[in-house]
Write a protein that binds this ligand. Sequence first.
Ligand code: SF4
Length: 579
Amino acid sequence: SSGAGQQPHDHLLHRLHDLQSRFLHIPPLEIAPLATELDLPVSQVESVIDFYSFFHRSPRGRFDILFSNCTSCGGLTLMQQLCGLLGVQPGVTRADGMVSIDQTSCVGMCDQGAAVLVNGRTLVRLTAAQLPHLAQLVNTATPLDEWPADWFAVQDNIRHAGLLLNDTLSAGDGLRAAVQAGADQLLAEIRQASLRGRGGAGFPTAMKWQFCRDATAPEHYVVCNADEGEPGTFKDRVLLHSYAQQVFEGMALCAYVIKAQHGFLYLRGEYRYLVPSLEATLDAMRTANLLGENILNQPGFNFDISIVLGAGAYICGEESALLESLEQKRGVPRVRPPFPVTHGYLGQPTVVDNVETLVAAVHIAVHGGEWFRAHGTAQSAGSKVFSVSGDCTAPGIYEYPFGISVQDLLEACGGQDAQAVQIGGPSGTLIGRAEFGRKLAFEDLATGGSIMIYSAQRDLLAVVRNFTHFFAHESCGFCTPCRVGTPLLRKYLDKIASGHGTVYDREEMARLGKLVKRRSHCGLGQTAANPLLDLLAKFPQVYAERLLHQDYEPFFNLDAALTTTRELTHRDDAEAHLS
Ligand code: SF4
């Protein structure tokens, strides 16, 4: 063993993915043998099955079709239409076992929706015109490989390339520069570059690597966080598709600095279709001596990478939850400190870096810290890759130096008419036109890269409601403020949206939102109320228009509830109504 802990083919998540594909659910009789084989408690296997939304206790259809419910790549109207065509209710497998249809959180195809997963494979740019054909393919049990190939053709949609995406590097350039300079010098360049984490938090990368390197332990690990699940975020998808060599090379650079022998790419389950090309890249790197033993003939520089596939849990993008998931457990965020740099995977010092951060590290290794530092702003060096989606003429990937204004980005993508932009996904910041002059940078609007644009035709309350439903669905349930608070926030918004809300509800919702923010254990709960509070602060009229009364009003509509009784008693006169 390389000391890497669980190898991918033995990883619980992979074994459960296999069972799910083979049996369309996880058969109860398979659980105990699997637990024995993997030397895990049965209770752990059971809890993992229940935690991840891609594993099921009862059989799904031979074609299991999941529609994204994201405001950018979602298609819930199409879902209803397809359900009608196939004679199936959402979430209920058809009696003949052929098909099941349901919704799922954003699948990272926001620039080419509507998007669905069919048996885990990503189908993009779905339109209503395709649905009869799709229904026919299902009803005739046509294997997915015989479906039109262009339905599955995910595009990169790179609209503007900058420092990183204007790629002129060859395989191994970063590693060759690094081994020539030595690990100390590489770390010095990363520090000089002022590189900060691209996932959104912006922690200085050199400091993270230094902390991990300084921690004494038998093993050190590098983990690439490729679990981008924030609705509206899809830039890592493009980096993993067309720049995978650099992602892996960035991991190897980190390994060189911190003396790790093994790394993991934790890939979100929705990007399963990328696994074959990623594995091919890894193989090519091993052949070229860019991974494996004595990399580039440096004695003792041994490093290899495994891919671990997630299973539909947004919370696993939180780094400590990701580590739990890597350790074959439920993705519940850990209590910190201690931090992963000293106590990470299997309790060993671990660097967890975002995909884009690692790509930037390769460019810094080749061109130097000064070169990188010369771009961007004083506090946000370099460039940022943005995922732009929603109401604009050219959704896709845009790379610009940090400091670009929202207005400039909107003009570049044809989204000038926006009434609002959600920066950084649902957990980020909602801004209106008055704030379009603000800068995209850590010191102003920090973002992991998601830019969701909403035109005047959009109902912002529906958008915020969608986000709030998302958080309530993705809450891991570990801490009470978030487990209880996010569904309550969802209920308040549902009530207001349905026209039953009052000023009292709005105030209570805001009060609760602030409480959930303050008291939650991890970033999910701490940001879950951002959209509804931002909407309240910046677009108060959106709520005001829906509030019919000042005082408390029950959500329950008593008159409507009497409908069945009226039918049964054949009475529908005025006296049979409450008002
Ligand atoms: Fe889990 Fe939510 Fe608590 Fe985070 S805040 S630990 S997601 S319950």
